[in-house]
Each structure stands twice: as structure tokens, then as C-alpha cells.
Write a protein that binds this ligand. Structure first.
Ligand code: GLC
Length: 536
């Protein structure tokens, strides 16, 4: 059974999901204690962001040991228990694999530092001599700001597309390839159902490490359509790696999957990652970035469906994750605002009411689309971004490396509120929380929403149940004509309509409303509302 083709996959960010020991940082036992919530919500799988031993220079995306659990999150036995508990609830488990770089504390990098230029140890990473004038080997800048190179006392430089604590591996080195194949097997043998592959479009660099003109390298290969591709992203050589990995996964029972985090555009180039002998899915960031207009939504949905159909892969949909402003806040910014990297107290604040209304409409639209959908923890509560975090609490390396020019991603990583009247809103047994929670998290806590008609939580539960009952994920979309500012399509017997216009839209006569993102009166669908209706 190809469960992944229409699966709803819920992202858990371990630091911020549930804290079992009161140290203010979430952990694996905390996640285990809350798995029942995911089963009740009605998702199919959980994806866990990294929980491996790490100095936490980038919240765990700097891995020092790929085969263990960081003591702040628990022990390896807790990972085993988590996998078993999830399976017993019918939930699959996907773990995060970070192959583009290790932590600077990884034994390999420590050995490289101790070894001489030109040594076998240094060849596992990207070490180069600087230019004659003493500047770094090329002009590349880090995704997090500043130079993408750091210099050692012996004069050589090493490449880090992200933080200086995340040295890039050299994927031309067979030892690197063999190591990651072994890491895959390690977790497959422990029973995981798949891997979300971090920065999947970055492993292979253009051999000449040619200069690149952008001041700060965005994660995405966008903007280069028709022009040269950035020499650090989406090089053709990455595909061979995923073909090898696919063979390994196919050797295991139970349809284990690979999911690419590849900020690659256009959709046709992204589709290359999910050809039949490569990965199973790739995140659809073009969808996440599409503006809140009927034209933009229709166009991204059509393009995404066509590109994945051309290679026989399911399309995926996503609105929020741990790297972007939560959609309940993003959609409260003026339409057409380019997605900022975080919002700070000094920035123009989103309209919270409008953002939540549109977020609910966006989610209901997304969950009716054929393919697989990704949810990010807390979106089922309608959580907003924390847009006024005190600068003193910020931890994202972007904040430090840009000297505050970019506030970064902490605002979407704030610990989840479970109980309105408990310390840390029930995140843990103490009042500690590694990032402060805004007061509105009390009103939005899970216990204020369960069983409450019209709550965002109830909307998600109903939508996920209907999606399953009606087989929407495995269905087919057919556009339905109508006014320009209305998106309407059918999926099986269901009519889905989102009104982006300022005037009310009309459902056809005889339409029976099954679910709507806000209350509707008769057949009239107000602005920024999605309706699921059955045609009689
Ligand atoms: C991915 C992760 C992000 C991390 C980066 C470097 O984009 O999602 O959180 O900072 O890779 O590993």
C-alpha cells in the first residue's frame, strides 16, 4: 500500500512540542505522552525534526552524532519507544536526515581540524586555500548571512552554506556516501518509516565553485529561471545519490519514504527529485509562497499537479513549518508582501484576525487537494507567529549572523500551549519555556478548543475525518468555472470553493455545505472563506 501518496504528515519540532522534565525544552518522552493528540487529530504520520546529539548551533540541524539522541531530548531507548508507541497508534514515523553538513563538533570535523591541508580527513569536507589577496576562496555568502567560509589558523578555509558550526560535507568523497548509506540503515533497522532530507538540493556543488553574485544566498534556486543555476544548489549530480538511497529503502518492507526539502523552482525541476527511482515526495514550497489571490492559487495548484503527474509522483502541499512565518500570521500581512524572514516588534505587525480567518480558509482549501499534505505543530490550534519576541531571547543563527538585520525563525518555534491554566500553558511541568510564549497562547491552548464547535482544532479534526472518508487525497481535481476571484474545483462528489473576492460568492443551487472555514448563511460564501459542499 502506497500510504504516502495521500498521507497527512504532522511535523513535530521536538524542542517545542512537549517537555516532560521541566527544563523548558521539549523532549522525546514529552512527544510520546502527546502522541494520542496526533491520533485524535487524525493524521497519518509524524515527522520529527532532528533530536540527535548536537551543540544546537542551529537547533539540532548541526548533528554531531547521527546514531544517537541528544541528552536534552532523551536517550536512544526513548526513540525506540517513540517509534513503537506511534506504530501502535497507527502513526508512521519520519525522521530528519541532515546530509549537507555535520556539526563542527562531529568527530570527522574535529579530525579534519587536527589534520594537515590535503589530508584524507580534510577531504571529507570542502577545504580550500584562500585567494592571493587573502580573501575567501569564492564569493559565496551563507544562507544565514555573512561569508560562507571560515578560516583556520593554518590559513585554509572551510565552506559552510549555513552557520560556521555546520561545515559542508564533500559528497564527491566515497567515504561520505558510504557513511550516510549506513546511517539510513541504522534508522531503518530501528523501524522508521522514512526520512525528510534536509537541504536535499545542496549536497553537490558545481565542481569549480564558481563565484556567485548574490549578497546573501537564499535557500531557493528561484529567480534563475532561464539564467544560470546557482553553483551551490540543484546540481544534476545530486540525483545519483537519491537513486542509491531509494534502492536501500526499497530493500525494506513497508514502503519507507524519502522526502526532499529542496527549495527548487520551477516545479518541473523539483519534479526531477521524485522520479520513480528517486525520492517519494518533495515539499512544495512554491505553494507555501503563493500569494493569497485566486489567480496565484489556481496557477500554483495547476502547475504543481501537472509537474508531479508528469513523473507519476503525488503532489504535496504545505503552509507552515519551522523555517517560515506561521500561516496564521503570514496571511495577515498585506497581500503580495514578499515573505519576510521573521517579524520583530519593530516591524509592521500582521492583522491577527484576518490572518487566522485566511489561514483557516487556506487550510481547508489545502486539505481538499489530491496528494499528501504537511501540517506543522500548533497550526491545528491556529497559533500565530510570535511577532514581538524580545531580542534577548532570540536563538536563530540568522539573527546573529545578520547582526539583527533579519530577525529569523524563532517566532514560529515557540512551545505549544496544551492547557490554558497550567504553567507554560501545559508545555511542561514547570513555567520554563526556551522561548517565551505570548499571552494569546493561553486563549488558543488545546484544552480551550477540544469539543468547541467552530474552534480551529475542531475544524482540523472535521476536515481530516472528511478528507479520509471522501478519499480526497487520492482523488482528482477538476476546475469549476466562475468569477475570477473565486477558486472552485470538484474532487469526486465534493465541491470546494474559496472566495478571495470582496463580494460574497454563491454556491450552486442544491449544494449542501459539509464544512466551512467560517459559518455560512445558506448558499452565500463570504470573503476569505472556504466551503466544502456536496452537490445533490
Ligand atoms: C533546512 C532546515 C533549517 C536548517 C537548514 C540547515 O532548511 O529546515 O531549519 O536551518 O536546513 O540545516
Amino acid at each position: 500500500m502506497k500510504w504516502w501518496r495521500d498521507a497527512v504528515i504532522y511535523q513535530v519540532y521536538p524542542r517545542s512540542f512537549a517537555d516532560s522534565d521541566g527544563d523548558g525544552i521539549g523532549d522525546l518522552p514529552g512527544i510520546i505522552s502527546r502522541l494520542g493528540h496526533l491520533a485524535a487529530l487524525g493524521v497519518d504520520a509524524v515527522w520529527l525534526s532532528p533530536f540527535y546529539p548536537s551543540p544546537q548551533a542551529d537547533a539540532g540541524y548541526d548533528v554531531a552524532d547521527y546514531r544517537d539522541v541528544d541528552p536534552i531530548f532523551g536517550r536512544l531507548a526513548d526513540a525506540d519507544k517513540l517509534i513503537a508507541s506511534a506504530h501502535s497508534l497507527g502513526l508512521r514515523v519520519i525522521v530528519d536526515l541532515v546530509p549537507n553538513h555535520t556539526s563542527a563538533q562531529h568527530p570527522w570535523f574535529q579530525a579534519a581540524l587536527a589534520a594537515a591541508p590535503g589530508s584524507r580527513e580534510r577531504d571529507r569536507y570542502v577545504f580550500r586555500d584562500g585567494r592571493a589577496d587573502g580573501s575567501p576562496p569564492n564569493s559565496w555568502q551563507s544562507v544565514f548571512g555573512g561569508d560562507a567560509w571560515s578560516q583556520l589558523p593554518d590559513g585554509q578555509w572551510y565552506l559552510h552554506l549555513f552557520d560556521a558550526g555546520q561545515p559542508d560535507l564533500n559528497w564527491d568523497n566515497p567515504e561520505v556516501r558510504a557513511e550516510f548509506e549506513d546511517i539510513l540503515r541504522f534508522w531503518l533497522d530501528r523501524g522508521v518509516d522514512g526520512f525528510r532530507v534536509d537541504v536535499a538540493h545542496g549536497l553537490v556543488k558545481q565542481a569549480d565553485l564558481a563565484d556567485w553574485h548574490l549578497p546573501m544566498v537564499p535557500l531557493t534556486s528561484e529567480g534563475t529561471e532561464g539564467g544560470p543555476r546557482p553553483p551551490m544548489w540543484d546540481q544534476d549530480g545530486v540525483h545519483e545519490i537519491y537513486r542509491r538511497w531509494r534502492k536501500i529503502l526499497d530493500g525494506y518492507e513497508g514502503e519507507r519514504i524519502l522526502v526532499a526539502e529542496a527549495w527548487v523552482q520551477p516545479a518541473e525541476r523539483l519534479a526531477a527529485y521524485v522520479r520513480p527511482d528517486e525520492m517519494h515526495q518533495a515539499f512544495n514550497f512554491e505553494y507555501l509562497e503563493a500569494s493569497w489571490t485566486a489567480a496565484a492559487q489556481r496557477s500554483v495548484i495547476s502547475r504543481s499537479l501537472a509537474a508531479s503527474a508528469a513523473v507519476g509522483a503525488p503532489t504535496t502541499w504545505v503552509l507552515s513549518n519551522h523555517d517560515v512565518i506561521r500561516h496564521a500570521s503570514r496571511l495577515g500581512l498585506p497581500v503580495g508582501t514578499p515573505r519576510p524572514n521573521g517579524i520583530g516588534a519593530g516591524d509592521k505587525q500582521p492583522d491577527a484576525g484576518l490572518g487566522l480567518r485566511r489561514a483557516r480558509a487556506a487550510t481547508l482549501l489545502m486539505l481538499a487537494l489530491p496528494g499528501s499534505a504537511y501540517l506543522y505543530q500548533g497550526e491545528e490550534l491556529g497559533l500565530p507567529e510570535h511577532t514581538t519576541l524580545p531580542d534577548s531571547s532570540r536563538q536563530d543563527p540568522t539573527w546573529f549572523r545578520t547582526h539583527g538585520a533579519s530577525v529569523g525563525r524563532d517566532g514560529c518555534r515557540v512551545p505549544v500551549p496544551w492547557e490554558a491554566d497550567a504553567p507554560s500553558y501545559g508545555f511542561g511541568p514547570s513555567d520554563r519555556s526556551w522561548l517565551p510564549q505570548p499571552a494569546v497562547f493561553g486563549e488558543l491552548a488545546l484544552d480551550r478548543q477540544v469539543g468547541v464547535p467552530g474552534s480551529t482544532y475542531s475544524l482540523y479534526v472535521s476536515a481530516l475525518r472528511l478528507r479520509r472518508e471522501l478519499g480526497l487525497g487520492a482523488g482528482e481535481l477538476a476546475w469549476v468555472g466562475g468569477p475570477d476571484d473565486v477558486v472552485a474545483f470538484s474532487n469526486g462528489d465534493l465541491l470546494v470553493l474559496t472566495n478571495f473576492g470582496s463580494a460574497a460568492a454563491e454556491l450552486p443551487e442544491g449544494a449542501e455545505v459539509l464544512l466551512s472555514s467560517e459559518p455560512v448563511n445558506g448558499r452565500s460564501v463570504p470573503t476569505d472563506v472556504t466551503v466544502w459542499a456536496r452537490l445533490s
